[in-house]
Design a protein around this ligand. Structure first.
Ligand code: NAP
Length: 259
């Protein structure tokens, strides 16, 4: 049974690991045998994810190492570098799976959006992924290790959304960044893909008015919002060798919305 685990020897770094999707990804990767370095701005939330991973281990006997939590602001250059150093020092190797899931919204119509709201969203959602990806890639290349980098973008990065100029721009940027990283790092055995979730039930979407959620749900061919686990399944596929010849791809997990 244990030999069938797809991520048996993987060390996975997950940012935003205390949030709805990041926690589901951490749990799913650990179920496949990965050891997880769970990072979040909210250190207590990252710790809680690690506590849940511990429970999983004793229930299923899947993982073979101690998962660890890290408190980090991915938009801070020094902090992102320090995160990679801490992870490498803690596990004596760079992460072979890197999932950038940390993200924020600061919604406002373009006519009223403040420069600060623009800057904050770009700093976390786009620059944060650049910083983590660059630090992880440098660690992998210098140690000669292969890896799989997975960035969480959004379907909004492809189609835009009223009230989300900052968010849509950041998520579109993640697609371009991902494709460029895939082109540059393929020869080093490092793949880079992104996932474009639609509307997923998490604290992020709980902030949306029920009226809007009902309207969106009515537009989804599959007739329901997604669960964090729907995204986690695809991330796990992209992390594993089952997707060994896929790089630079943007995989939509939307229930068919905006196809
Ligand atoms: P969430 O529950 O709010 O989780 C996001 C997590 O990221 C939170 O724990 C948050 O911590 C953390 N975070 C925020 N800023 C950070 C920073 N500077 N450094 C490190 N961590 C930071 O949201 P989610 O729905 O799971 O979203 C996860 C990702 O999926 C995001 O990139 C989001 O844009 C994307 N996505 C979500 C949906 C959806 O429908 N939910 C759809 C498409 C894409 P705090 O709680 O302390 O802020």
């Amino acid at each position: 049974m244990a030999s069938q685990l797809r991520l048996r020897s993987a060390l996975a770094l997950v940012t935003g690991a205390g949030g709805g999707i990041g926690r589901a990804i951490s749990l799913r990767l650990a179920r496949e045998g990965a050891v997880v370095a769970a990072c979040d701005l909210d250190g207590a939330a990252a710790q809680e994810t690690v506590r849940l991973l511990g429970g999983l281990e004793s229930e299923e006997g899947t993982s073979c190492g101690a998962h660890l939590a890290f408190q980090t602001d991915v938009s801070d250059t020094g902090a992102a570098r320090h995160l990679l150093e801490q992870v490498q020092a803690s596990f004596s190797r760079p992460p072979s799976v890197v999932v950038s899931c940390a993200g924020i919204t600061r919604d406002q119509f373009l006519l009223h959006m403040s420069e600060d709201d623009w800057d904050q969203v770009i700093a976390v959602n786009l620059k944060g992924i650049f910083l983590v990806t660059q630090a992880a890639a440098q660690a992998l290349v210098s140690s000669g290790c292969h890896g799989s980098i997975i960035n969480i973008s959004s379907i909004i990065g492809k189609v835009g959304n009223v009230g989300q100029a900052n968010y849509a721009a950041s998520k579109a940027g993640v697609i371009g960044l991902t494709q460029t990283v895939a082109r540059e790092l393929g020869r080093h055995g490092i793949r880079c893909n992104c996932v474009l979730p639609g509307f997923i039930g998490t604290p992020m979407t709980q902030k949306m008015p029920q009226k809007v959620l009902d309207k969106v749900t009515g537009m989804i061919p599959m007739g329901r919002m997604g669960d964090p686990e729907d995204v986690a399944d695809v991330v796990t596929f992209l992390a594993s060798e089952d997707s060994g010849y896929i790089t630079g791809a943007s995989v939509e997990v939307t229930g068919g919305l905006f196809m």
